[in-house]
Design a protein around this ligand. Structure first.
Ligand code: NDP
Length: 277
């Protein structure tokens, strides 16, 4: 039978770090990995996925922008995490041919915060900026990890309400308007899940949001995270982290699903840090 194939689907995809991460994990176990990038515009995504899994020996795929909702929709089965979020960043093909949608983004962020950065999230008051697909994954996982309250702010407030409603804990999850950020107090954890940095835009955030023990986290990395992390340092936050660790951790979950082995993420995280510096 054919060598199992792995891939990452996206559009654009040429700058994806996923091939590098998965090859580095595979090396830890002496696995000769077939992992490629598949650039699929939105209108050909479903067809490309079908071809990959049904004709090309596809066993598993990572899925990134703009396909996460489509990946969720086309799967035959969905994990509980994916169902809560409504999007998928991983697809696996079972022995019976059925495609399963997973979402490992939120778990990746939580593991980066708790394991790599030694943060105990329990009891934290968290502020989440943004209410797109990534914010939705993160909101659910932060809540699962024990944050005390979660405040969600989004430029278009309806989207924030949708994310808050999906969690279904009205006493502990609030939405606020961006204009009110100046008078809603301070937070222990501030997560930037907007795509502003990626788009080359900057956010206007009052310094008062960051409490003395605030940890600030940008889901972006490299240039995309510069502006938010600079704000965090200027605001006096205790720590300011970018999303590289989350990227490596969500990939580790996918790798384990496919190869049933847990990779050591730290050397790969260090390798990527040097790579994008
Ligand atoms: P979406 O396009 O689904 O959502 C974008 C969000 O950003 C929306 O809430 C949008 O608000 C908000 N936004 C965009 N521009 C601005 C601005 N100028 N001011 C305020 N808010 C703004 O993107 P995703 O949720 O999929 O991804 C968000 C970011 O997270 C991306 O940069 C992505 O690269 C990163 N990411 C990182 C991961 C990692 O592993 N490190 C994993 C997944 C994502 P509105 O609704 O008002 O338009």
């Amino acid at each position: 039978s054919r060598h199992p194939q792995f891939a990452v689907f996206g559009h654009p995809i040429s700058h994806s770090l996923s091939p590098l991460i998965h090859q580095a994990f595979a090396q830890q176990f002496g696995i000769a990995l077939d992992y490629r990038t598949i650039d699929a515009p939105a209108d050909t995504f479903a067809e490309a996925v079908k071809r990959f899994f049904e004709q090309e020996g596809g066993r598993g795929a990572n899925v990134t922008l703009p396909h996460k909702a489509a990946a969720y929709a086309l799967a035959d089965e969905r994990t509980q995490a994916a169902t809560h979020v409504g999007t998928a960043n991983v697809l696996t093909r079972q022995a019976d041919g059925r495609l399963v949608a997973h979402n490992t983004d939120g778990a990746g962020l939580v593991r980066d915060l708790t394991d790599r950065h030694d943060l105990d999230l329990r009891g934290h008051d968290a502020l989440l900026l943004g209410a797109g697909g990534a914010a939705r994954a993160v909101a659910w996982s932060l809540f699962e990890a024990g944050v005390q309250t979660l405040t969600i702010v989004n430029r278009s407030p309806q989207a924030a309400d949708v994310v808050a409603d999906a969690i279904g804990e009205p006493a502990r999850v609030h939405t606020r308007y961006w204009e009110d950020l100046g008078n809603i107090g301070c937070f222990d954890l501030i997560v930037n899940a907007t795509s502003a940095g990626t788009l080359g835009q900057s956010l206007t955030l009052p310094f008062a949001l960051a409490g003395a023990r605030a940890v600030c986290y940008d889901l972006g990395y490299g240039k995309s995270a510069f502006s938010f992390l600079a704000w965090a340092r200027a605001a006096g936050a205790l720590h300011a982290y970018d999303g590289l660790g989350m990227l490596v951790e969500q990939a580790a979950d996918a790798f384990e699903l496919w190869h049933h082995k847990r990779p050591d993420t730290e050397p790969v995280y260090q390798q990527l840090k040097a790579h994008i510096a």
